[in-house]
Design a protein around this ligand. Structure first.
Ligand code: SF4
Length: 334
């Protein structure tokens, strides 16, 4: 019997997958990554999931769910969690794509590491039912960690898996999972809670600002949110200032042809990318912010800032560094 297991790289899905392998099933692991993952900064695979399949001795398929999740962030059917995380929409998308993958490889059902009541938005009874129904998987999801507390799934009813071996874990305590991991001698699970920037309040503030001022935002806009200090200069203009050299390089790579890039002309300092309208007052303000973060940041003397990329390239602006109060008033998130 073949099944697909949703493997996040966290402990729960690792344990659920291991339990099903113990029952002799042919388990194919499936992992989703998005630009919002905290564990996969650049690569297209999840290091935690890769480590998990290595321990389990099974193959891993990785799918990118960024585009779908951005659509859900812009317009969630089922709302947000505590921050800007549209978990129900996100999980429906993942489960729907998992169903397609099941069809492609001839798998009969889906395994997940969901634990009843562990996550407030997506793991209570009604949410589990809704996700099953909306993804076209009604009755076809086995949740080994909590199955004894749930209606028997079709695979349990038909005896494809042994319901007697299913567990009755619920709630947010991790202790039962830790004990199970011990009994399986699984010690390496580096990303136990999973990592999604949309649940982070500071990142959520940046997403909210983006949604308000640029509702048709792109993947590039979301990548920019992960880099540097962000300042809202006007409803149509934002400045992003690198904090250190790797961030300056990342900003250079993310700058689009219409963006203006600037940096201090004569002293070390950050690269700033101005996205949106770039009339003279915006250029001056962005230059003043850039000047504030130069290595010398002289309060009393002007700093020369060079426009090095984008339409007004080649100019030098001479500005006084912005004050801390001004910066605080313009800052988006931390
Ligand atoms: S925390 Fe993020 S990745 Fe996880 S379900 Fe919610 S939106 Fe999706």
């Amino acid at each position: 019997m073949r099944a697909v297991s949703l493997l996040s790289g966290g402990l729960d899905s690792l344990l659920a997958t291991r339990m099903m392998i113990e029952q002799g099933l042919e388990v194919h692991a499936l992992n989703f990554v998005t630009t919002f993952c905290t564990c996969t900064p650049k690569s297209s695979s999840c290091s935690a999931a890769t480590s998990a399949v290595r321990q389990l001795g099974i193959e891993l398929k990785v799918l990118d769910n960024t585009e779908g999740l951005i659509g859900a962030v812009k317009s969630p059917r089922f709302g947000y969690g505590r921050n800007m995380n549209p978990c129900l929409d996100c999980r429906i998308l993942m489960f729907s794509r998992a169903r397609e993958h099941m069809e492609e490889i001839g798998a009969e059902f889906l395994i997940t590491g969901e634990v009843l009541g562990e996550r407030p938005m997506s793991q209570h009874r009604d949410a589990l039912r809704l996700i099953e129904k909306e993804s076209g998987l009604s009755g076809l999801i086995v949740r080994p960690l909590s199955a004894a507390l749930l209606e028997p799934s079709i695979p349990e009813q038909k005896g494809w898996v042994d319901r007697q071996a299913m567990l009755a874990i619920s709630g947010r305590s991790r202790r039962p999972q830790m004990e199970l991991a011990e009994s399986f001698e699984l010690h390496d699970y580096p990303c136990p809670a999973g990592g999604c920037r949309l649940t982070d309040p500071q990142f959520a503030a940046r997403i909210r600002d983006l949604l308000e001022h640029r509702p048709d935002f792109t993947i590039n806009d979301t990548r920019l949110l992960k880099v540097g200090r962000h300042f809202r200069l006007s409803p149509h203009t934002k400045a992003v200032v690198g904090r250190e050299e790797p961030e300056n390089e990342r900003l250079t790579a993310l700058a689009e042809p219409a963006d203006v890039s600037m940096e201090p002309a004569e002293v070390p300092g950050p690269l700033t990318v101005l996205r949106g309208e770039s009339q003279e007052p915006m250029l001056q303000l962005a230059a003043a912010i850039t000047a504030r973060y130069t290595s010398k940041a002289p309060d009393e003397s002007a700093v020369r800032v060079a426009l090095i990329g984008g339409p007004p390239q080649g100019r030098i602006l001479e500005v006084m560094p912005a004050g801390d109060d001004e910066l605080d008033a313009l800052r988006i998130g931390a």
